[in-house]
Design a protein around this ligand. Structure first.
Ligand code: RP5
Length: 184
């Protein structure tokens, strides 16, 4: 290799740098999914964050298929003010752990259904992180809880988000109080 030449992967150029699209101004949560096939499951997360007034950014980036893009995105997201990452993946679900290895900001992992025992493979891949690089893992397919946990992290330093979370808890309690088996 000549001096200064860019090292290229022999396995399809996976380490070649990719341009990273700018992150939305004001985004505080980044949602990364390993495949477009994960998007339907993550709709509840984007909806919950929107309901809580939290600006977020969604990207489809596979840790295995586009590792350089993922690394570039993590850096850009951090520089843009993203405080929490939510990462969804199925099968050998390395995406949340890889993101956690590249940032000290909190990473919440969402195992996707499918694969072995309808998501048990992804659940174990995400939850069984080695000591030193934690990923907060929610239930299989439970993207609502990922969004709520991200909001709770932001709420520590943001009274407006804290107030909206309190309202959300009150509303879900009220829905149970209003259930015909409890009302009247
Ligand atoms: C994972 O593999 C993705 O997160 C997805 O859940 C699963 C299957 O991906 P596709 O083959 O549908 O792209 O990387």
């Amino acid at each position: 290799m000549t001096p200064g030449a860019k090292r290229r992967s022999s396995a399809g150029g996976a380490d070649v740098a990719h341009p990273v699209r700018p992150v939305a101004p004001g985004a505080r949560v980044a949602i990364v999914v390993g495949s477009r096939s994960d998007l339907p499951t993550m709709e509840a997360a984007t909806q919950t964050l929107s309901e809580l007034g939290i600006v977020h950014e969604l990207r489809v980036i596979s840790a295995h298929r586009a590792p350089a893009l993922l690394e570039g995105f993590i850096g850009k997201a951090e520089a843009s003010g993203v405080s929490v990452f939510i990462a969804a993946a199925g099968l050998a679900a390395h995406l949340p752990g890889v993101i956690a290895s590249r940032t000290t900001r909190p990473v919440i992992g969402v195992p996707m259904k499918g694969g072995v025992s309808d998501g048990l493979d992804a659940l174990l891949s995400i939850v069984q992180m080695p000591k030193g690089v934690p990923v907060a893992t929610v239930g299989v397919g439970n993207s609502t809880n990922a969004a709520l946990l991200a909001a709770q992290i932001l709420a520590i330093a943001d009274p407006d988000v804290a107030a909206r979370l309190t309202g959300h808890r009150a509303a879900q309690a009220q829905a149970i109080l209003d259930d015909p088996t409890n009302a009247g």
